[in-house]
Design a protein around this ligand. Structure first.
Ligand code: SF4
Length: 296
């Protein structure tokens, strides 16, 4: 039996029921893809529906101000993505919906993975979006690499294209890979329970105990501590943004440090606070007026 047939049979029985799999609308697909960057699927499910109520179309999103889209994105983190999505909507309204992967790539804020994802999921193009999950699963299945690195990108695209050619259910095949990556073919895979174990060369190595987990795959401490502060500091930047989002009257700089971190010490931490504000301004998430912060 072909690999694609095995995968699709398993997917038809075990695939996840996700709202963005029920649509071919490029706008909805792009919203889901932008949300899924850096955010867990279960969280995205909640925010995806709310976002589509607030901004159901390219046009409605294109009209959104910075403050409106940042408020609607609240809770998803990495807020720059919300502004990038709005800017893409403005371009699409102006130029029309791209028809090819290359045209998607030309939009600022859309990289190789996202262009391929929208092309295959919305427009049924035969192309392979390679994120870390697809790379891991296909690197194991097709290239016999238990821990494939980014250098496998080109051979993977080539072999993946042959795999996609085995079926006309291109989108489902890639969704099946995502699901296998999340259910069995995780960083430390569960090969014994995997539906593809009988045809997977890397799986045979894992099952025989012949794979050593690379050091880079070992769990790492999530954050480093520097001068008493946790880094990366996106948690604190998220707190600043939440305070700014909650009021239209602006957040005074005075006293902000303690509100962001109760252990704030002016002498030691003021520069740290200002650096974070600078980065929020640079990302066009906040603006400073008369010593107060506002949504930009
Ligand atoms: S057998 Fe193991 S390595 Fe191969 S696809 Fe399944 S979980 Fe991944």
């Amino acid at each position: 039996m072909k690999l694609s047939t095995r995968l699709l049979r398993w997917y038809d029985k075990e695939g996840r029921d996700l709202p963005w799999r029920k649509t071919r609308d490029p706008y909805r697909i792009l919203v889901s893809e932008m949300m899924l960057q850096q955010t867990q699927v279960d969280r995205v499910k909640i925010f995806y529906r709310a976002w589509l109520k607030r901004f159901p179309t390219w046009k409605s999103l294109a009209r959104g101000s910075n403050a409106q889209v940042i408020r609607a994105w609240a809770g998803l983190g990495y807020n720059r993505r919300a502004l990038a999505l709005r800017d893409i909507a403005r371009e699409v309204v102006h130029l029309g919906v791209p028809k090819t992967e290359e045209e998607w790539r030309k939009l600022k804020g859309i990289g190789a993975y996202t262009a391929a994802a929208v092309s295959i999921f919305a427009q049924n193009k035969k192309t392979l979006p390679v994120d870390t999950n697809v790379r891991r699963v296909l690197g194991r299945l097709l290239l016999d690499k238990p821990y494939p690195q980014s250098s496998v990108y080109l051979p993977l695209r080539a072999k993946g294209s042959i795999l996609l050619g085995e079926t006309n259910r291109h989108a489902d095949l890639v969704q099946a890979l995502f699901d296998l990556a999340s259910s069995h073919c995780t960083k430390i895979p569960d090969c014994a329970a995997c539906p593809l174990r009988s045809v997977c060369p890397a799986g045979a190595k894992f099952l025989a105990g012949r794979v050593k987990t690379p050091r880079r795959m070992m769990p790492k401490p999530r954050e480093r501590i520097r001068q008493g502060k946790k880094y990366p500091d996106r948690i604190y930047r998220g707190r600043i943004l939440r305070l700014v989002r909650e009021t239209s009257r602006g957040v005074r700089l005075e006293g902000l440090g303690k509100r962001v971190d109760p252990a704030f010490e002016a002498e030691r931490d003021t520069q740290w606070l200002l650096d974070m504000i600078y980065r929020l301004e640079r990302d066009e998430l906040v603006i400073m007026k008369h010593h107060k912060l506002y949504l930009s």
